[in-house]
Design a protein around this ligand. Structure first.
Ligand SMILES: [Cu+2]
Length: 495
């Protein structure tokens, strides 16, 4: 229907213009052909000149009117350290191209008016003018050289890579795929683990992390990007399928994500999300309601968030490649870090895909130490702290070497909380002879107590007790239950 109406309008316009042409022809015949030709020329020239004035004024007014929604102006000044220099490059280019734009538009329309055909005037013919040639070659050459050199200088300050041994930056990784981003942080060691595309398993290992590389063990994949303000960040950018583009408009960060060829961008955020919101708040258009159907709801500036987008038309779901970016103060960042779980520990550890299944790893010790820190800090009298990584040889009270991590941490914490008195309790499962279990638990508790004393804890603060199989923590019918029942516990007697 719409197409039919448009077609009819087009046909009508054609008919009208033919009719107008015919009327002009007739009028020309009446008034004399030549006379009407010059009159039409005068009119057209004048209209063109008026159009030019309106057009140029419109360009300037609309640019001014919309400047606060353009990156680089009003509230949308760069939120990164390097962004200002890129904005200044755009402004410089806009300045020169703006001058050229106005001069060429002026000449185009003014000349068509001034040199319109007039009675008795002949066109002046000149084939060549050296001065003009020099002017319009030399001036653009100088301007172009200036723009290119300035661009190169800025490129060279924004784009050089960091020294991999430097400690003044943090690295995160963004992997694009149809249609989302996987963000990976390096964890406590500050290093991203290696990847191998043949290891990719969409359910269990979406990035193809190589689990024999211990650097992977503490890497985590948050649902949003959180960064501390003032921190230099290197983003390693990769793609798992087609071309994507890592675009953080507020930080003037934009780089292709290319399958098989990691790229990078280094930037330093200088405004927290909160600071940026306070900037936006000063502008009336940002005080309007975020959702127009809810006039009393939150305003646009209150709902603002930095965003990561994909700036490559990568397919049907391209628009959904969006992630929130939060820039926060250092302490807030550390609180957030503490809530993040390593992908390996959460999804892979001790499963079949784990090459270290059943072995105690550095990353277990670290996360266990953090648990023990808070268990001791929050300990109540009569409370129980179950030790997880204390192992004995089968049927014996001899500690395995791997127990040293947990027990030396416990000794350190007991020395820190020096007024705490503790009972070390040994427990077994229900298999085998009851009396043998009882004496095994007594001996094992004593071994742990001896270890703590040997590590500087005063013997007067410790007692040991064997419970044998009397206090099961789980069902003795299953192997897992029995494993949980064979355990060492600390009971807080006083603090
Ligand atoms: Cu994309």
């Amino acid at each position: 229907m719409t197409a039919l109406i448009i077609l009819m309008i087009v046909v009508l316009l054609v008919v009208i213009s033919i009719q107008v042409g015919k009327v002009n022809e007739l009028a020309g015949k009446i008034r004399g052909e030549e006379e009407s030709f010059y009159q039409a020329n005068d009119r057209t020239g004048l209209w063109l000149f008026l159009f030019m004035i309106l057009f140029l004024v419109g360009c300037v007014v609309s640019a001014w009117y919309y400047k606060d929604v353009m990156l680089g102006y009003g509230p949308l000044k760069s939120a990164s350290e390097h962004g200002g220099s890129l904005d200044s490059l755009f402004n410089t280019t806009l300045f020169f191209t703006g001058i050229v734009f106005i001069i060429t538009q002026y000449l185009l329309f003014w000349f068509s008016y001034k040199y319109r055909a007039q009675k008795g005037r002949k066109a002046y013919f000149f084939p060549h003018n050296t001065n003009l040639e020099i002017i319009w070659t030399v001036i653009p050459a100088i301007v172009m050289t200036y723009l290119v050199v300035k661009g190169l200088v800025i490129w060279n300050t924004v784009m050089p890579d960091v020294d991999p041994d430097a400690t003044d930056y943090m690295e995160i990784e963004a992997s694009g795929y149809q249609f989302a981003w996987d963000i990976r942080y390096p964890g406590a060691d500050g290093k991203l683990g290696t990847r191998d595309f043949t290891q990719i398993d969409l359910g269990a290992n979406p990035l193809g992390q190589v689990w024999t590389d211990v650097k992977n063990h503490d890497d985590f994949m948050p649902s949003e990007i959180v960064l501390p303000v003032g921190q230099k960040v290197r983003v390693r950018i990769t793609s798992k399928d087609v071309l994507h583009n890592f675009y953080l408009p507020h930080f003037r960060v934009k780089m292709d994500a290319i399958p098989g060829l990691p790229t990078y961008f280094i930037f330093t955020p200088i405004k927290t999300t909160e600071e940026f919101k306070q900037e936006l708040r000063k502008y009336p258009e940002w005080q309007e309601p975020y959702d127009p159907s809810e006039p009393d709801g939150p305003t646009r500036w209150e709902e603002f968030n930095y965003e990561l987008a994909c700036a490559e038309l990568c397919g049907e779901g391209h628009y959904s490649m969006k992630k929130l970016v939060k820039i926060v103060e250092q302490d807030e960042y550390e609180d957030w870090l503490a809530t993040q779980q390593s992908y390996y520990l959460t999804n892979v550890r001790n499963k079949d895909a784990d090459p270290y299944k059943g072995q105690l790893l550095d990353v277990d010790v670290k996360s266990r130490n953090a648990e023990l820190n808070s268990a001791f800090a929050d300990a109540e009298v009569e409370g129980i702290i179950r030790l997880k990584n204390v192992f004995f040889n089968t049927g014996s009270a001899t500690l395995k070497d791997d127990s040293r991590f947990e027990l030396s941490k416990v000794a350190e914490l007991l020395n820190k909380y020096a007024s705490m008195n503790i009972e070390v309790g040994g427990h077994t499962d229900s298999q085998g002879d009851d009396n043998a279990n009882m004496s095994l638990s007594v001996n094992r508790a004593q071994s742990v107590l001896d270890y703590l004393v040997a590590n500087g804890v005063s013997a007067s603060r410790l007692v040991s007790k064997g419970y044998g199989e009397l206090n099961p923590a789980a069902d003795n019918e299953t192997p897992e239950g029995r494993q949980q029942n064979r355990r060492t516990e600390l009971k807080i007697l006083s603090k």
